[in-house]
Design a protein around this ligand. Sequence first.
Ligand code: BMA
Length: 361
Amino acid sequence: MKSFNYLISIILFSLGITACSSVKKQADKTDEAQALLKRLKDIPPKGFMFGHHDDPVYGIGWDGDNDRSDVKSVCGDYPAVMSFDLGRIELGGEKNLDNVSIARLRREIIAQYERGGIVSLSWHADNPLTGKDSWDVSDSTVVTSVLPGGVSHEKFLGWMDTVATFLNSLTTRDGKKVPILFRPWHEHTGSWFWWGQDLCTAEEYKALWRMTYDFMQQKGANHLLYAYSPGTEANNTAEYLERYPGDDIIDLVGFDTYQFDRQVYLNNMEKALTILAEVSRTHDKAMAVTETGYEAIPDSTWWTETLMPVVSKYPVSYVLVWRNAHERPGHYYAPYPSQASAADFLKFYQDPRTFFLRDLK
Ligand code: BMA
């Protein structure tokens, strides 16, 4: 009996510590970041938000126009979520990896928040060891090299400093920091980025995350939420969590997956969404499809007949499609007027289960 009571006290004590650490973690965040997390969690089961990468900075047949968006041109409203990429910002130049000026990025991030929307930022950081881009996987010691004691550590701290300075510069007219869903080190269960599966151990990957998180905390970037987004390689919850940095860091769990073959896509979506629903429930995290789409959307009813039926079964906060590249023909994931799936996208927009910007008000 004594040992039973002892066991119970240990369990209660540990639950207390977990609860305290999650309360403390939330208290560390700005009110706006806490409100963003609540918003992300409160959307399901009513429906899910629609998101689009680089939505207001360029689209099909245009680049840099003001107040323009392919999504808005089709349905009259902005996406509820917009994502942008920080790749190459770390180098301190004027443009990111997709040639968008840093000043424009800052303006659009702030504008999206001020109009009532949500912003997520990914980071296709260059390879700090070889000096090439994030897809350079020629050397498998890059993650080790940026960790404490590694040959690129100091250089990488400088890069993180530049990124933190940018993040801290995202302030509204009344001086509030724009809450950001930060999504670094994504798709790490594949091996196409220098932080990918075959390029580092689970421990090194987690250490990279913790170093990034600690650094941002030290720099006072307390307006950030953190998203974990592997691909769909994991076949069960344990595999999904294999490289998970920890509940004290992560706020939202997600995954990235694209359609090539319809049936394979649907199978991957079902598999990953089932895992996410469980992780989201047991770890009390928001969940989202952090990147998806069907390049050039050749299926005219893709939105209502492929994406909607599978996503609407799960408690997803948002679904985000990738960019409409103006400089790479055929590389787009949202419709534009006259595109084959535009009419179907309008039906998707009108469905009460999808949330665009105006639905957030
Ligand atoms: C990829 C492609 C690239 C782009 C990169 C970062 O998926 O869209 O053209 O440079 O994302 O945005």
